[in-house]
Write a protein that binds this ligand. Sequence first.
Ligand SMILES: Cc1cc2nc3c(=O)[nH]c(=O)nc-3n(C[C@H](O)[C@H](O)[C@H](O)COP(=O)(O)OP(=O)(O)OC[C@H]3O[C@@H](n4cnc5c(N)ncnc54)[C@H](O)[C@@H]3O)c2cc1C
Length: 455
Amino acid sequence: VKKSLVREFRKILGAQRCLDAPEDLYAYSHDCYARGKPELVLIPRTTQEVSAILRIAHREGVPVTPRGGGSSLCGATTPIRGGIVLATNQMDKILEVSQEDRLAVVEPGVVTLRLHQAVEAVGLFYPPDPASYAMSLIGGNVATNAGGPRCLKYGVTRDYLLGLEVVLADGEVLQTGSRAVKDVTGYDLTRLFCGSEGTLGVITRITVRLIPKPETKRTILTSLRTVEEASQMVSRIIGAGILPTTLEFMDQAYLQTVEELMHLGLPVEAGAMLLIEVDGFEEAVERQAGIVERFCKEHGALDVAVARTPQESDQLWKGRRMGTVALMRAAKLMISHDATVPASSIPELVAHTHEVALQADLKVVIIGHAGDGNMHPIFLLDPSRQGEMERFDKASRELFRFTVEKGGTLSGEHGIGLEKNPYLHLQVNEIGMRTMRAIKKALDPKGILNPGKFV
Ligand SMILES: Cc1cc2nc3c(=O)[nH]c(=O)nc-3n(C[C@H](O)[C@H](O)[C@H](O)COP(=O)(O)OP(=O)(O)OC[C@H]3O[C@@H](n4cnc5c(N)ncnc54)[C@H](O)[C@@H]3O)c2cc1C
């Protein structure tokens, strides 16, 4: 980024939002996976400013890495080719919440939790709930098609998108979709940008669909002797016509490691633990929770607890929510995969992951969203150990291969980023890669948007 360009950007944004001091560059150099080195950080507040930035970057061929909350777990927002980090966090207005049309229009820098709170205050509900909702931004969620625990019942971010405003690589402003719930006009450009990880355009406005807020919920925590029993329990619940909001899975290695760190009283002798949540109208929820509780008791669960108040529910969630934070502190390096398989392959995936980790002399614990087969093998690594990262890479490759062989996918929700780029070909064949490259070339012919990622 030449000095003359910095002056040009300062004219558009002012000095406060055009940063090149080393400490600022450092602060914007990393996400939750990797670190790069930007030359300039630009913080626009309007679509016009984003457009002006991209017009200049396009003219000069300068790389631009869009950034939301920086919570990517796969290096999606790590700037690896220098250039500009375009931070969207000050485009943070909730522009409209319409009860009548059940939709919200927001800028990309709105923290996900703020959107949840704003719509719930008027009796509406925006279901996608990545566990990072207190730090991730809605633009980042759209760019990664974020999922979360509630997605079993409600679907992922893309299921709630009605339309987008996107600034293209050359600065032109594209509008996609509409305010209508049903819309089949032309190619589905909204979905094309959803999950594109900042490689096709900068999202500057988002219209999301909302649904009525469920009246109540129940949380049930149960521990089972084996992973197979947990898997059977999942099938039994869904087979009974119950679609829980949440069906979280924790394996024995996770329970033991977290218990050692936090002393929460987790059942370390259990092979697996399931955290199940049902929501809806009071009568239906009471009945569904009763059926789940009965299944657990009748089919050999080691224990079962049902929470009826938000406080009791928080207590049951503790082992799941606080556990991952404890693991982050305990390990020198924690890397969480998010391999996703058809639900029937979960026991095999869990067993194979432990086998691969054992062979590679690596420590792994597994949590996941059991209902949709989205597993998170969490590797607790020590890069200072001889050959640890090489063994980790080899183990990862094997797990990705296995996942695809089972009809699954490299990523259920975290995305590709830097982490899974080397493995993309395991799932996407040459024709698929060619198609993706053609899309990239059409929308970003100079390859300035988040270069080095995806294609
Ligand atoms: C503790 C923790 C728990 C997590 N749990 C979950 C989970 O349950 N489910 C889940 O899906 N993910 C989870 N994640 C991963 C991460 O939070 C999600 O991928 C999230 O959607 C990223 O949002 P962000 O705003 O932080 O985006 P960033 O990390 O800043 O960026 C992510 C990608 O989006 C692009 N991008 C960001 N904003 C824009 C924009 N306006 N226009 C175009 N591109 C843009 C970036 O270039 C990058 O490619 C978790 C992460 C952490 C740290």
